[in-house]
Design a binder for this molecule. Structure first.
Ligand code: FAD
Length: 469
């Protein structure tokens, strides 16, 4: 009988345990993707990027003699119905770890078992599944460094090869058309401006990894913090949709370490930050929606997402160059350098005293590398409300940060056009990407700071010191 392989955020053929197991089971393999609440609930850019990813993935499946079947609806109904329709004897998938997916998957598993159908989930989105890492006291980790020490010497299974072909059924079940899913509909910014920055699909991801290992990883520990240098792997976009597996990145990093490349260990540590984010989300799902440290509930956050200050922040018009450059980078490329993410998050939550959720929601809307766990952890880390967070009183000064990390102003001049006689093409493309209703143009004067570095710092610290929480 056929095996349904339920594809979610794992748009690859290699290192895909569920696909390999389906081929080994014998019989036809039917890959299926659902447009369910987990897809409907995505922000504009992640949804658009998913649409592009699915298109490429369907082509990759076709090259193996297979197809991607698309269906809409709740998995609890659609998967059992598709099993009946195709006569499938088994359903395989790769595990997800966010609370809504976990609840959905366990319901589906129970329903299939009741039908007498084999239902099996596999690891792959993570190397160190959250329940496999614990402290000596049998608890989960709240601090990164001991988490890293406890996993760094583990054996990560060697990545699996892609199946050479995927056996097709005699009759394919009907599929909806991807175009009808309208995944690009909410993308209210110039998608044609963002598109050239996207590197789509498994092959592109492998090429990115190879290029990073050949030319960048050696210096990664020195260059990864400099946003004007393209010194990082840029793989977050592909990891987010599973176009590459973390284990594939890990093994490449291990080889680079054996080759004596000094930056390789730092790269492995960053991959483990991603694992740590999932560890926290799994053990404390509240990290996605409320202050991880509950005493922060009493902090006097500004929660007005439509205030003039928040609008200036979203539009890259705060008058603070490091912040504005980073916000525009995200708007144009769908991604933002990690140093930029830390600076804009610190400015929003400390200088502007806005709730971190406002920032997280805007990132959910804008990022093509959106990841539920890393985004929530990054925001709570920056705000000071998370586990192992930067303390609230550590307020980044976005002006001195610029002297430290963008000495020659490569980053700022790439992304800010106003008042430059010969602006960079990327800085100009920002004005092609933004909605007309924002009423901005490259010829505008650059704004004065909405809240200056010292003023904001003083205000934030005094709110913190006077806190009654
Ligand atoms: P590299 O430097 O090449 O690192 C390799 C991989 O390690 C990354 O692709 C990523 O998977 C992982 N990684 C690196 N740094 C981190 C980190 N700090 N936390 C978790 N994983 C990390 N990352 C996302 O993938 N999606 C998000 O939605 C996201 N939101 C963030 C929000 C804030 C406020 C902050 C401070 C950070 C956020 N990050 C997020 C983490 C980090 O900024 C990005 O992973 C990184 O910039 C991606 O670039 P890269 O692929 O070139 O990373």
């Amino acid at each position: 009988s056929p095996t349904l392989v339920w594809i979610r955020r794992d748009l690859r053929l290699s290192d895909h345990a569920a696909l390999v197991a389906a081929v080994e089971r014998g019989g036809p393999v039917i890959p299926v993707v659902l447009r369910d609440a987990s897809v409907e609930g995505l922000g504009a850019a992640p949804k658009w990027r998913l649409g592009l990813g699915l298109e490429t993935y369907a082509e990759a499946l076709e090259a193996k003699g297979s197809r991607l079947i698309l269906r809409s609806g709740d998995a609890r109904d659609v998967i059992p119905a598709l099993v009946r329709e195709t006569g499938a004897g088994a359903v395989y998938w790769q595990r997800a770890y966010d609370p809504a997916s976990v609840a959905r998957d366990s319901d589906v598993k129970a329903a299939l078992k009741e039908q007498g159908i084999e239902a099996k989930s596999f690891a792959g989105h993570l190397m160190f599944e959250p329940w496999t890492v614990e402290t000596k006291q049998g608890e989960y980790y709240k601090v990164y460094t001991p988490f890293w020490k406890s996993v760094r010497d583990r054996d990560v299974p060697v990545p699996l090869s892609a199946p050479s072909s995927l056996p097709a059924p005699d009759h394919w079940p009907d599929s909806e058309a991807l175009a009808d899913w309208d995944l690009a509909m909410a993308m209210d910014r110039g998608a044609d401006v963002v598109r050239p920055f996207v590197q789509l699909g498994e092959q592109a991801a492998q090429t990115r990894l190879g290029a990073f290992m050949a030319t960048k990883v050696a210096d990664y520990d020195r260059t990864r913090d400099i946003p004007g240098v393209d010194g990082t792997s840029n793989l977050s976009e592909n990891l987010s949709l599973g176009e590459i597996s973390p284990a594939q990145c890990w093994h490449a990093g291990q080889r680079a370490m054996q080759d004596g490349k000094p930056g390789a260990e730092t790269f492995l540590k960053e991959l483990v930050w991603r694992e740590f984010a999932y560890h926290l989300m799994w053990h404390t799902p509240r990290i996605l929606s409320s202050n991880w440290r509950e005493d922060w509930d009493a902090f006097p956050w500004n929660e007005d997402a439509d205030s003039a200050e928040v609008t200036a922040w979203k539009q890259g018009r705060t008058g603070i160059r490091f912040v504005d450059a980073a916000m525009r980078e995200m708007y144009v490329t769908g991604r933002m350098h990690n140093r930029g993410r830390m600076i804009v998050a610190s400015y929003l939550t400390k200088h502007l005293m806005c709730h971190w959720k406002i920032g997280m929601d805007w990132f959910d809307h804008c990022l093509i590398d959106w990841d539920p766990a890393s985004n929530a952890m990054g925001w709570q880390w920056s705000a000071g409300s998370g586990p192992d967070a930067t303390p609230y009183f550590r307020v980044f000064n976005p002006v001195t940060q610029l002297d430290k990390f963008d000495k020659d102003r490569d980053y700022v001049s790439r992304w800010i056009a106003e008042e430059y006689s010969d602006p960079h093409k990327d800085a100009l493309s920002y004005f092609d990407a933004i909605p007309r209703s924002w009423g901005l143009s490259a010829g505008d004067t650059y704004p004065d700071p909405v809240v200056g570095p010292d003023e904001g710092r003083k205000r934030a610290l005094s709110a913190y010191e006077n806190r009654d929480f």
